[in-house]
Write a protein that binds this ligand. Structure first.
Ligand SMILES: N[C@@H](CCC(=O)N[C@@H](CS)C(=O)NCC(=O)O)C(=O)O
Length: 213
């Protein structure tokens, strides 16, 4: 099974961490955005990463891919628990993929992706706007972090998705700060200690290190 994408994408990271949680071997396939592979285009008609190729089955979008992985290998479930906990797992995935990404992406793109990976200047005003938007979003997250996992039961896709965006924000110095967001930082440390996380983080560090060299 292959998942196309570049690892600084939180959506790509989400899929790979979920696969590792489930013990499903997944190959990270890179696709050059300037010259995308035919196989990638067939799997992702709108050229978004991640895209999955599993034999003759293809599919794009991290949520769709996680749903596929969860159906292939239900243990451990990524949307576990009571009806309320399942709803909260999906809520946090959605929160990460839309609200947190919308704010943080402005900082990440303009201070890291554009200048460091694309060799073009970022828009600093847009980055500042992203920082402003992040404040209430991170304050909300801090209010939701307790001693356990975000959905209130077992580890879920909500934890993976939110932590995946925060790791991307680490490229612009915005990983959770214990001084300002202690509960978020403690929860994030629990996520990043998981073997599934460490497995993909090691792959990511190598690839990003090469891209920046
Ligand atoms: N909802 C999609 C979002 C995927 C997405 O926006 N990926 C970005 C990278 S983080 C992308 O491919 N951008 C390239 C483009 O929009 O052309 C998912 O969950 O997979």
């Amino acid at each position: 099974m292959k998942v196309y994408g570049f690892p600084i994408s939180p959506f790509v990271r989400k899929v790979h961490v979920v696969a590792a949680e489930k013990g499903i071997p997944v190959e990270l396939a890179m696709s050059n955005p300037a010259a995308p592979a035919e196989e990638f285009l067939a799997a992702s008609p709108f050229r978004k990463i991640p895209a999955l190729v599993d034999g003759d089955f293809t599919c794009a979008d991290s949520t769709a891919i996680v749903t596929y992985l969860d159906a292939l290998q239900p243990d451990p479930p990524m949307v576990p628990g009571t009806p309320q906990q399942k709803a909260r797992a999906i809520w946090f995935e959605e929160f990460a993929d839309t609200i947190l990404v919308a704010a943080g992406g402005k900082v990440l793109f303009n201070r890291f992706v554009a200048p460091k990976l694309m060799g073009k200047p970022g828009d600093e005003a847009a980055a500042e706007q992203g920082l402003k938007e992040l404040e209430p979003v991170l304050a909300y997250l801090e209010s939701q972090c307790g001693d356990g996992w975000l959905a209130g039961g077992d580890f879920s896709v909500g934890d993976v998705a939110v932590a995946a965006v925060l790791r991307s924000l680490g490229y612009v110095g915005l990983e959770p700060d214990p001084a300002t967001h202690p509960r978020t930082a403690a929860w994030y440390a629990r996520v990043t200690a998981r073997p599934s996380w460490q497995h993909f983080a090691a792959i990511e560090d190598k690839i990003v290190g090469r891209a920046l060299a």
